[in-house]
Design a protein. Structure first.
Length: 81
């Protein structure tokens, strides 16, 4: 499933083989997220991680910062599929 974009956010649900892979992806992404100082809204239920990206400092709209993080998330996800 690809990212969906509205004026206010980028959104995607990542599906993994199991909870451990989902949580491992979130843990490893946390390091990248912190480096970028751009923190997603996300939640995890079993093997799914739902992500919403928006730039709060820009008035809660999608910016290049969101697109860059989405790309990093996609790239890292390929290690788990």
């Amino acid at each position: 499933m690809a990212w969906t974009e509205s004026a206010q956010k980028l959104e995607r649900t990542f599906t993994f083989n199991n909870f451990i892979d989902a949580f491992s992806w979130m843990t490893s992404m946390a390091i990248e997220v912190e480096k970028m100082n751009h923190h997603p809204e996300w939640n995890n239920v079993y093997n799914k991680v739902h992500v919403q990206l928006t730039t709060h400092d820009a008035g809660n709209k999608v910016t290049q910062k969101d697109r860059d993080l989405a790309q990093k998330m996609d790239q890292h996800y390929t290690k788990f599929i």
